[in-house]
Design a binder for this molecule. Structure first.
Ligand SMILES: [Zn+2]
Length: 459
């Protein structure tokens, strides 16, 4: 900045000091009169004053001079040259409130496109929100409903924004993160991932699941719902997580490495999701893992993905999921008979499932006869489920290797990553909007937002 600019900044600082001094005078006089001071009103008032004078300062900083004669052209994207026209101003909302920027405008006589090089430099191209404000909007938008985010912006930062503005910014940033992920996934498909060097990982787990979120009507047109003949009002988010384990407790139970869980997910096909999860596992050291484990419920798409993207991994059906299947069956066999359900579970869960005696469990289930055709169907379906997944239910063997057999990590993830943000009542998502917020949220939760934000302009 030139010496004139510095003087201007100094003058603004003086003004700040004067304004705050005046505020304090008013406050002290009031306290002398009444013997009382409302601290909250005072602090909010002073913050607001600071913002106001701060905005004067920022506005001063953003008054760009007319470019000198030798700098009145800039290259245009079309290959020709854009020429300086005049100074243009626009309002920008910053962390200290609304400010005015005045900067040179260049026009290309060849393609008639106008340009503001200063906007590019300041990262306010095509937006009236400063990077600081956009970052706040992204932070609240990934965490809470957009309107609540708007309220938080007012309370915490004294900034007036619209609900729509929180939504637009959070979605735009999320979409940008998702776009970066797609490029990364593209490179993975080309087998062009950078080799990540580092210590080997003793045990690396990949776990996945699906969870439905409510969507707007157009996103379910022509799709089959869960109840036959009725359209579904939800779409499935596929969520994956990766975590590591290096230790176990005195009793030999595995301990998850603290803060080692990262998430990735989207509404997308199993094929797309498989590549996504592979890239996440790769980032977390899949190639350096001494032992690799894939966990999931019994859903077929999960094991297809496991075979395709994670060959050689130990496959485990989450014990809690398997128990859930048994409970479902128990309730069908002994409707309205809790004691009957419990007795049946004791026999089949504790003595067979938990002990990995799946062949016996399947035989036991198949030997049950029911005259009710629906119950008979359920018996057959569940017997097939256990039969098909028998090798993935060798729980005593897995326990001996000190592996998790039921982690609950992905269930917790479905709740905290997806449910608590995307399944609130009254929410209806577009697939595009949901995927943007999921990308943004995972980026935050994985502790990668700082890096993304730092690097966003380099791309
Ligand atoms: Zn041009």
């Amino acid at each position: 900045m030139d010496s004139r600019g510095k003087k201007t900044a100094a003058a603004v600082l003086e003004e700040v000091a004067r304004e705050v001094g005046q505020w304090l005078n008013v406050l002290f006089r009031g306290r002398r009169k009444t013997g009382h001071m409302d601290l909250e009103a005072s602090e909010i008032m002073i913050r607001s004053a600071m913002h106001r004078v701060g905005a004067v300062g920022v506005t001063q900083l953003l008054q760009f001079p007319v470019p000198p004669a030798e700098q009145r052209t800039v290259p245009c994207f079309c290959g020709h040259t854009a020429h300086y026209q005049e100074l243009h101003s626009k309002s920008v909302l910053t962390a200290v409130g609304p400010v005015e920027i005045s900067r040179p405008y260049y026009l290309c006589p060849h393609c008639h496109n106008g340009r503001f090089p200063a906007d590019v430099e300041l990262d306010i191209e095509n937006t009236e929100l400063s990077p600081g404000v956009r970052r706040m909007q992204a932070a609240v938008g990934q965490e809470t409903p957009f309107d609540h985010g708007r309220q938080q912006m007012k309370l915490l930062a004294d900034l007036e924004v619209t609900t729509k503005s929180v939504e637009r910014t959070a979605e735009a940033i999320g979409a940008d993160i998702a776009q970066g992920e797609r490029q990364e996934i593209g490179r993975a498909v080309q087998l062009d991932l950078p080799i990540i060097l580092g210590k080997s990982v003793p045990i690396l787990y990949v776990q996945m699941d699906g969870t439905g979120i409510p969507v707007v009507k157009k996103e379910t047109l022509g799709r089959q719902g869960k109840t036959e003949g009725q359209p579904s009002h939800t779409r499935e988010v596929k969520l994956g997580c990766v975590f590591t384990q290096t230790a176990w407790d005195k009793k030999g139970f595995p301990i998850r490495d603290p803060d080692s869980t990262t998430y990735t997910g989207a509404i997308e096909t199993a094929e797309e999701f498989g590549k996504r999860l592979y890239v996440e596992a790769w980032k977390r050291g899949w190639s350096r893992a001494e032992k690799k484990v894939v966990m999931g419920d019994g859903a077929e798409w999960i094991w297809n993905l496991a075979e395709q993207h994670f060959p050689g991994a130990v496959q485990i059906v989450d014990l809690y999921h398997a128990r859930q299947h048994l409970w479902d069956l128990a309730r069908r066999l002994y409707p309205n008979n809790e004691a009957g359900q419990k007795a049946w579970m004791k026999l089949h869960q504790k003595r067979l499932l938990d002990k990995g005696k799946i062949e016996k469990l399947v035989a036991a289930i198949r030997s049950i006869h029911s005259t009710n055709s629906e119950v008979a169907d359920k018996i057959r379906i569940e017997a097939d489920y256990f039969d098909r997944n028998a090798d993935r239910m060798c729980y005593p063997k897995f326990r001996k290797q000190r592996l998790f057999v039921g982690s609950g990590v992905i269930e917790a993830g479905c709740k905290t990553v997806i449910g608590s943000r995307l399944k609130k009542s009254g929410m209806f998502w577009t697939v595009r909007g949901a995927n943007a917020i999921i990308a943004l949220r995972c980026c935050h939760l994985n502790g990668r937002f700082e890096d993304y934000w730092e690097q966003r302009l380099a791309a």
